[in-house]
Write a protein that binds this ligand. Sequence first.
Ligand code: WTA
Length: 633
Amino acid sequence: MKSNTIVLLDEKRVFKPSVETVERAHVKNWENEIEKGKDFEKYWEEKAEDIDWFQKWDKVLDESNKPFYKWFVNGKTNLTHNAVDRWINTEKRNKVAILYVNERGDEKKLTYYELYREVNKMANALKNLGVKKGETVSMYLPMCPELIISLLACTKIGAVHSVVYSGLSVGAFVERMNNAKVKVLITADGTYRRGKIIDLKKISDEAMLQCPTVETVVVVKHTQNEIKMSELSGKEIFYDRLVEGEPAECECEPMDAEDPLFLLYTSGSTGKPKGIVHTTGGYMVGVSTTLKNIFDIQPDDLYWCTADIGWITGHSYVIYGPLLLGTTTLVYEGAPDYPDPGAWWKIVEKYGVTKFYTAPTAIRHLMRFGDRYPNIYNISSLRILGTVGEPINPEAWIWYYKNIGKEKTPIMDTWWQTETGMHMIAPLPSADLKPGSATKPVPGVSADVVDEKGNPVPLGTGGHLVITKPWPAMFRTLYEDEEKYKNVYWNDIPGVYKAGDMARKDKDGYFWIQGRSDDVLKIAGHRIGTSEVESAFGSHPAVVEAAVIGKADPVKGEVIKAFLILKEGYQLKTKLIEELKEHIRYELGPVAVIGELEKVDSLPKTRSGKIMRRILRARDKGEDVGDTSTLEE
Ligand code: WTA
């Protein structure tokens, strides 16, 4: 168990929803909706009616081959049809679908009709490149309209997309590309970050030297980092050239509910990153229902989720959820504090954002600048706020509630994972809230807190967070690794999904998530596995072996602390420290924030050679190291 993230909160405050919030809400009584969701197959079947199906399902849930569940068996549909095409013949045709804004103040709007045309052109272009149903296309792109268009073009023709977060660097990038055997990569000349342009093409060029399956690289001209045509290699083509002259009509590929939709790599506690496989039908039902109810999406909303599309939050709740509901989604490229810490509130005021969804780390960061910045702007358009990615400490919750929500806007603390695809533990706007608690499982979802054997623990006691019934947006397997899928998630505690988090439940049935139980770090809400960081250190010539733990950080939640065995003759002095930091940045990217490095002569290991990070964590905090009977040296 990772002890540094376990804080047994004793938070007693309860915040009731305002009358206006409840009156406006789709779901006016949270507890009633939870009751309805207990008959979960019926509940999700009803919700599936909100999606257009080309052919209806024969059966809602097939549990005959656990844990390989199937939802909406034999149903046929298409995500792009539901997210874009179906709105063209409604009053939403000329409504803004995507409002792109960046830190320079540039803005681009795409209506549903414009998006429809752009997606069709790109879908036709991908077909011309030879991309077929079931083949993988990867994106290494900033937050930009072309990224969204490309994803929807893939789902239109049944290609599987695999986005690599643009904050990851060469090593992590190559690993993800090669595992997925990617045929086409879409990248850009750069991304804007704090007044600078980060050259994504350069990183992608280096990665491509090691990615033999890629046949075509499409380059989006996004920044002023102008790349000339003459600089492109034979397999590279500019995006605008590629789509030029393509027809603006393209038929949707009829997809089986269980056809793969996308891959998204995420870090686990051991080995290489895992390719999480999501499928078509259930994902749409789960994501659209949760967004509609939790953020109470209404026709006049302007919805903004600040997550990057390179992570699951961006997939489910920047693009797919909002577009499936026909709402306007604001897509922002830039940092929260550039050009100043009022940047986000300025956008809220300018566009009249009504729903705002971000990460606790961003709130903690902005909190440091006090209430001055939010007070400069009129942000009274906000009606619902959300958080995701890591536990929110009550102090940050209260700051967010007071200074951004002005004590009238409820905060939806949403617990979920790349694997779950959709919100799993979260309130609805009509719920009573307790700062720091994600409240209860969403209607239609069942969760519990259990011991190692799967027995529920007494209320108030910490245990493993498990999901006890299948849910529609669940991942279906790990890419080409069914064994690992079973072993990591389903076999440890039989019959239930083990989330890898510790939690406790209070007397009112509210869940308090305490942090990961495994060796996964959460750095500024980004998920990164210790083993991935260790192998990146290990590939530096000065390092013999590395062990990595998370160290608590007041803003980022956790940062990396590495214990290093160095080769003979190397000292951990300024020059090497800088070099190691640069090396990790090159291999993994800026997400891997290093807090501290320590030179050691040996590492605590079990007899079978596994690093005992528990001991390192205890030692680091000056605590008793506990049971060391399995320690080898
Ligand atoms: C953590 C992000 C507490 C948790 C959507 C989980 C949270 C991991 C919350 C998944 C929350 C996410 N409260 N912890 N509201 N939301 N987590 O796959 O440890 O990047 O297992 O998905 O983030 O991270 P992932």
